[in-house]
Ligand binder design. Sequence first.
Ligand code: ZN
Ligand code: ZN
Length: 304
Amino acid sequence: MKFEVTILGSSSATPIYNRNPSAQALNINEKLYLIDCGEGTQQQMLKFDVRASRIEHIFISHLHGDHYLGLVGLLSSLHLNGRKKPLTLYCPELLKEIIDIQLKSSETELQYAVEYRFTDVGKAEVILENQDITVETIPLDHGIGCTGFLFREKKRLRKLIKEKIDEFNVPVQYYPALKKGADYVAPDGRVFENETLTIDSATPKSYVYCSDTLCNEKYFDQISNATLLYHEATFLNNMLERANETHHTTALQAGQIALKTHAKRLLIGHFSARYKTLNELLDEARSVFPDTELAVEGKIFAIE
Ligand SMILES: [Zn+2]
Ligand SMILES: [Zn+2]
């Protein structure tokens, strides 16, 4: 199953040095999910060949402008382009009011339904479940209400070991139960334990999106063992005081978080406008967690 993320925006606060504010597009089994939608996201989608019409779910972490100011523009364009398919928005409750007043001001009535699922910063909860994935909110620590999102593949059924199935003449009608973990009892009464006939499917992969937040242990358990952890790294650690004041994380802390939560790989982003080049941020995170990459716009990262 395809599971990959395209970076559309990696800048904090303002667009600068060809970097756009936060936005990412996840492709999971050929379904598109948009995470955050900073100003300019539509242009970024055109540039990097992400088809907006295919998006069915949009997740907004919080109401700082660098995470949602592109959203009304996107919703309007979908309307103008004749969208009929409903769209679900997972976001803080206040965003509905912001969208409604903008649409009302231009006397726009969208041709498609927008369904809302409001996030609750007070608790982690599953906000979406379909045949491919579950999505959980991650309550973060950012001054204003902010949630990250945890995308996890559904656990697949166990796989039959063909040679064993043939060897013990297991009838085909038992296959579904075997795949779910049942033992097989043969007509002569012999019991074949499930483990002799099947193997476990691969561990479900996960993508964790943490932006924006102060480094705070409260969410560490929930994000542990991420296949790919995206974590904001707004500043270098020599700006730790500023990071704490503004409820952000440093590149060093992002590396430490990846290490502590046993991430497989780390992706850092949400870079401050003070950094024209990003090598120092990357080096700093890699000094504690070598398997770190920069969330460079246009790059696609497979979650594997
Ligand atoms: Zn931000
Ligand atoms: Zn913010």
